[in-house]
Ligand binder design. Structure first.
Ligand code: ADP
Length: 579
C-alpha cells in the first residue's frame, strides 16, 4: 500500500525545501497527534474492565484522562493541518508556475503539436490532481502511515504472538473480501449491458412508432419489447442476488476475522501472555487501524491517478524549448531596418524545405508586399524574421547582423508583428497597448494616435482605462485592429511585419484602419502579407512567392506589364476583392 514514492513525485521534494520550518513545526504536531493513539488504546484498556467491574472512580479517572488526551490530540491535528496546508499548496502553485513559464518558452513546433485544449487540461485538471496528491500525501497519508506503524508497534508490544496472528489473518480477510467483490463487479457489468440493450431498443421503437403502426406491426414490436424487458429483469435479478450474497458473505468473513482475534486473544489470556486490560487495549488499537488503512487505500488510488497526471505534466518539460541566445549574442544598437535574406532555406521538417534558397535585400523604409497562394511560405518568412524558427541554410540579417547572433528579446523589440487575427488580451486599453512593456501614458497615447485609435479610445467613458473583455468582445473588429497596430508601434520598431486581415470590414472602418496602418508604416521597413489590391499597388516592391520560391518581383506596374504569375493572381484574387 505504501509504495515507495515513485521518481516523479520524489523529484518534487526540492520544492518543499523553502518551507522547512513550517514542515518541522507541522511534523511535530503530527507526531503528537499520532502518539496519542496508543495512549488512548491504553486508556481504553483501563476503562473497559473498570466499567465491567463497576469501579466508578476508576471509570471517571480514565474518562477524564481520555478527554485530556483527545483535547491534546485534536489541538495537534489542527496545528498539523494548518501548518502543512500552506507548504502543500505552495508546492502545487510552484509546479504550475514553472510549467507555465516552460510553456512560454516552448518551441513553436512543440506548441503546435500539443493542442490548446490539451494544454489547458494539463495545466488545470492535471495540475489540480497532482496538487491534491501532494496535499493528501503530506496531510493525510503521512499521518495515516505513521498511525499504522505506531499502533501496530503498540499491538506488538502488548502481545506479539497475538499481533502476529492478526497480521496473518488481516490480509487473508482482505483478499477474500476483494476477490468476492471483483466477481460481483464483473457480474454487475455484464448485466449492465442488458440495461443498455433495452435503452437501444426503446430508442429505435419510439422513432419507428409511425412505421410500426403503418405496417400494423404492433404485436411484433410488443413481443420484442416483452422479451427484452424479461432479459432486463433477469439481469437485474442476477445482480441483486449477487449483492444479496455479497453482504452476508463479506460480513461473515469479517466477523470470522474478528472472532478469530477474540479466540486467539482468549487463548493468550489463558496462556498468561496477556491480561484483560491488555486485551481491551489491543482490541481498541485494532479498531484504530481501520481508519488509516481506508485512508491509505483511497489515497493510493488517487496517487496512481496523480502519477498519470504528473507524467502528462512532465511531458511538457520534455518538449523542446526555444534555443537560448548564444552566449556571445550581441546587443542591437539603433536599428535602421535593413533586411537581408542570404541564401535562406528552411523546412519545419529539415527533409522537406518550405523556403528554397531565398535571396532578398530590403532597404530601410521600404514597403514590401508578399503575395502568393496559401501555403507558399509567407508566414514562414515572418517566423524566420522573428526568429521563431531558424533557417537550416543561409542567413537572415538585420542591419548586417545575423539574427542568430542577436538577443531574441531585443530582436523582437525591433521587429513588431501585427497578426492577422487582432487578438488582444483582456485588461484595460492602456494595458493592451503597453502589453507588458514599461510605457508612460504619453507614450501609449502617442502610439494610439499613430494607429488612428486615439479618437475612439478617448471617446470611451473610461478612456485608456476602459476594460477590454475577453477576446475583445466589447470592441469592433476595426477598433481591435487599430489597437493591435498601436501595440506594434509602441516600442517604435524599425521593422513592421504585417499580416493583413482578410475579414472584410465596412468601408468606414476599413478606411480608419488603413489610415492607422499608413501612419504606422511611415518611416519603417514593412513586410506585408497582402490581401488588398491597394496595399500591393502602393508597395515599393512586390514579391510573388510560390512553393517557397520567389517567382517574380517588382512593383505593381512592372509586374502587370509582364503578364506573369502576378497578373494572374491579381485578376483572380484582388480584382473581386477590390470591387
Ligand atoms: P502561407 O503563409 O504562404 O500560407 P505558410 O508559411 O503558412 O504559407 O506555410 C508554408 C508551408 O509550410 C505549408 O506547406 C505549410 O503546410 C507548412 N507549415 C506551416 N507551418 C508549419 C508548421 N508549424 N509545421 C509544419 N509545417 C508547417
Amino acid at each position: 500500500m505504501l509504495a515507495p514514492s515513485p521518481a516523479g513525485f520524489r523529484r518534487l521534494w526540492p520544492l518543499l525545501k523553502p518551507h522547512g520550518r513550517r514542515l518541522i513545526a507541522g511534523g511535530l504536531c503530527m507526531l503528537t497527534y499520532v502518539a496519542c493513539w496508543p495512549l488512548l488504546a491504553w486508556l481504553a484498556g483501563r476503562l473497559i474492565p473498570a466499567i465491567g467491574a463497576g469501579d466508578f472512580p476508576a471509570v471517571l479517572r480514565a474518562v477524564a484522562a481520555a478527554l485530556g488526551v483527545f483535547l491534546v490530540q485534536k489541538t495537534a491535528q489542527f496545528g498539523q493541518d494548518t501548518l502543512l496546508a500552506g507548504p502543500a499548496l505552495q508546492v502545487s502553485q510552484e509546479l504550475r508556475r514553472r510549467l507555465f513559464a516552460r510553456l512560454q518558452q516552448l518551441d513553436f513546433g512543440a506548441l503546435e503539436k500539443l493542442s490548446a485544449g490539451d494544454l489547458t487540461y494539463r495545466l488545470t485538471e492535471d495540475a489540480d490532481r497532482v496538487g491534491e496528491v501532494i496535499y493528501k500525501t503530506i496531510q493525510d497519508s503521512t499521518p495515516s502511515a505513521l498511525q499504522l506503524v505506531v499502533v501496530l508497534g503498540y499491538m506488538i508490544w502488548l502481545d506479539w504472538p497475538l499481533a502476529l496472528a492478526t497480521l496473518l489473518l488481516a490480509p487473508l480477510v482482505a483478499v477474500l473480501v476483494s476477490a468476492f467483490g471483483a466477481r460481483v463487479m464483473q457480474a454487475a457489468e455484464r448485466s449492465q449491458k442488458q440495461v443498455s440493450d433495452l435503452a437501444a431498443l426503446l430508442g429505435e421503437a419510439i422513432g419507428g412508432l409511425p412505421l410500426v403502426r403503418a405496417y400494423a406491426a404492433e404485436p411484433w414490436l410488443q413481443q420484442r419489447f416483452d422479451t427484452e424487458i424479461d432479459l432486463h429483469r433477469r439481469a437485474r435479478y442476477r445482480t441483486l442476488t449477487l449483492l444479496a450474497k455479497q453482504h452476508p458473505v463479506v460480513g461473515f468473513i469479517e466477523a470470522f476475522g474478528i472472532l478469530a482475534v477474540l479466540l486467539i486473544g482468549a487463548a493468550r489470556i489463558q496462556a498468561g501472555g496477556l491480561d484483560s486490560q491488555g486485551f481491551s487495549s489491543y482490541v481498541a488499537a485494532l479498531l484504530m487501524l481501520i481508519d488509516p488503512i481506508s485512508h491509505l487505500t483511497t489515497n493510493f488510488n488517487e496517487f496512481q491517478q496523480g502519477q498519470a497526471s504528473l507524467r502528462r505534466l512532465r511531458a511538457i518539460e520534455a518538449e523542446p524549448i526555444e534555443p537560448p541566445d548564444r552566449p556571445e549574442a550581441q546587443s542591437l544598437g539603433a536599428v535602421q531596418g535593413e533586411l537581408v535574406l542570404d541564401g535562406v532555406s528552411f523546412g519545419y521538417d529539415a527533409a522537406q524545405p518550405v523556403l528554397h534558397d531565398l535571396n532578398l535585400h530590403i532597404q530601410p523604409g521600404q514597403v514590401v508586399a508578399l503575395v502568393g497562394p496559401s501555403g507558399a511560405g509567407k508566414s514562414t518568412m515572418f517566423s524566420l524574421l522573428l526568429r521563431f524558427n531558424t533557417a537550416q541554410r543561409g542567413r537572415v540579417l538585420l542591419d548586417g547582423q545575423d539574427l542568430a547572433d542577436l538577443r531574441a528579446r531585443e530582436l523582437r523589440r525591433a521587429v513588431a508583428l501585427v497578426p492577422q487575427q487582432s487578438s488582444v488580451f483582456s485588461g484595460t486599453v492602456a494595458e493592451a497597448i503597453a502589453f507588458g512593456r514599461p510605457a508612460s501614458p504619453e507614450q501609449i497615447r502617442a502610439a494610439a494616435i499613430q494607429a488612428n485609435a486615439a479618437g475612439f479610445i478617448e471617446a470611451l467613458p473610461g478612456g485608456y482605462e476602459s476594460r477590454i473583455e475577453e477576446r475583445g468582445s466589447n470592441f469592433s473588429g476595426g477598433q481591435l485592429q487599430r489597437l493591435a497596430i498601436a501595440r506594434a508601434v509602441l516600442g517604435n520598431p524599425a521593422v513592421l511585419l504585417l499580416d493583413e486581415a482578410t475579414s472584410a470590414l465596412d468601408a468606414e472602418a476599413e478606411e480608419a484602419v488603413q489610415r492607422g496602418l499608413d501612419q504606422a508604416m511611415a518611416g519603417r521597413t514593412v513586410l506585408v502579407i497582402a490581401h488588398r489590391l491597394s496595399t500591393v499597388q502602393e508597395a515599393d516592391r512586390i514579391l510573388v512567392l510560390e512553393h517557397g520560391h520567389i517567382v517574380e518581383q517588382g512593383n505593381h506596374a512592372e509586374l502587370m506589364a509582364r503578364g506573369g504569375r502576378y497578373r494572374d493572381l491579381c485578376e483572380r484574387q484582388f480584382i473581386q476583392m477590390a470591387g
